[in-house]
Ligand binder design. Structure first.
Ligand code: SF4
Length: 393
């Protein structure tokens, strides 16, 4: 099984962020949330929650537990992921939004509770998403002690103007942090980059990749995202970004370079050296069992998709939203989407789709047949969602 844990706090808010993250300065509140999370790992249905420490210190903050519905613990009984002491965890992913905004003691407490609840596979992958700001020798040592063996951190760009525009530390600060990582005993390290940030010139993302991969051989995984409408960025940025027609070239050039360096693409935005693909990502794309914890965590069970509430008070009552039920056709189409994002379509699959449309895309050199497999051409990766929509109807 694969477990992911949402930590809904960030140290500060990035300018393009579209997520409901909390810049929480009150350490007591964070502790409060961690204690509840640990309790939810230990007990499948929380029946009571004793506020830790001196209850008096919480008197000035809203205490959602005081309002817990007596039946709250039944909310998930019928449909929660069966969690069983014998389950083996293959990976744990500390994710959304900045897990390292918690203290190492808090992270350690969460991992220890998972260790008590489940068996860990021998080569379990434990990923911690972090910001460069949190990289220090002390933290690296502490993270290694609590079994973290994969780090994922953003770089996004080495362009100072862009970094300042998105409210991140500058290039000098980033390089200092990358130097510290040379001393890390955690060797599986992933870096994020974004194409289409303002002030970043054509070819600059590729230069950044070159600069980093030449100097920091420890990098094993690269995530290369595009700044799309999906993000909540100021639209004025577009006048300072590369032209739309250069956007695809940028991606294709970066991909070619990454391949030269033995980072192969295992999903549209994800590149890894052999054996270093992210287990959690793959599990998600392959519809494997995921055990989610924390606010707004999603899970998939018996072809149904659920998510815990993204409201703290409701989450504390274990309220979840039933999002959708996929019928056989939906499930097949979703698999088609994941297959094309991650690999190719086999003949027995694409023959069931809209072959007229497929042939049109092949004629237009957006898709190609190769050894009876249908493959997306690199240059059209950013149109993948559109292509999928067309070929499945
Ligand atoms: S680190 Fe991520 S989640 Fe947090 S504010 Fe920045 S973009 Fe949003």
């Amino acid at each position: 099984m694969f477990c992911y844990i949402h930590i809904p706090f960030c140290e500060s808010r990035c300018k393009y962020c579209r997520f409901s993250t909390f810049v929480e300065k009150d350490e007591m509140k964070k502790q409060f949330y961690v204690d509840y999370l640990v309790k939810s790992i230990e007990e499948e249905n929380i029946k009571s929650f004793v506020i830790p420490g001196n209850a008096g210190i919480y008197k000035d903050i809203t205490n959602p537990f005081l309002n817990i519905d007596a039946n709250a613990s039944n909310y998930l009984k019928d449909s929660c992921i069966p969690r069983n002491d014998k389950d083996i965890l293959n990976s744990i992913y500390f994710w959304w939004w900045t897990p390292t905004s918690l203290s190492n003691k808090q992270l350690s407490k969460i991992i220890a509770s998972l260790k008590n609840k489940y068996s860990f596979e021998k080569d379990i992958e434990i990923t911690l998403e972090t910001t460069p700001n949190n990289i220090s020798i002390e933290n690296l040592v502490e993270w290694e002690k609590i079994w973290v063996n994969r780090l994922s951190l953003w770089i996004q760009t080495l362009n100072d103007l862009a970094l300042s525009e998105i409210w991140r530390i500058d290039k000098k600060g980033l390089i200092e942090k990358l130097e510290i990582l040379k001393q890390s005993k955690i060797v599986n390290i992933s870096l994020d980059f974004i194409i289409w940030l303002p002030y970043v010139a054509k070819g600059e993302v590729l230069d950044d990749l070159r600069n980093i991969l030449e100097n920091y051989k420890y990098v094993k995984h690269i995530s290369l995202y595009m700044l799309e409408d999906y993000y909540d960025y100021p639209k004025t940025w577009e006048q300072f970004s590369i032209k739309e027609e250069d956007f695809l070239d940028e991606y294709v050039n970066c991909k070619s370079y990454l391949q030269e360096k033995w980072f192969y693409r295992y999903e549209v935005s994800n590149f890894a050296k052999k054996w270093y693909e992210c287990k959690h990502n793959k599990a998600y794309w392959e519809h494997k069992d995921l055990v989610p914890y924390w606010l707004w965590a999603h899970w998939f069970l018996d072809n149904k998709r659920y998510a815990y509430s993204n409201n703290f008070n409701e989450y504390y009552k274990w309220k979840y939203d039933y999002l959708e039920k996929l019928n056989e056709k939906d499930l097949f189409l979703e698999k088609v989407m994941f297959w094309l994002r991650t690999n190719w379509l086999e003949e027995n699959i694409y023959k069931k789709l809209n072959t007229k449309k497929i042939n049109e895309f092949v004629e237009n050199k957006m898709l190609e047949f190769n050894d009876e497999k249908l493959i997306l051409k690199d240059k059209w990766t950013v149109l993948l969602d559109y292509i999928i929509k067309e070929i499945i109807c």
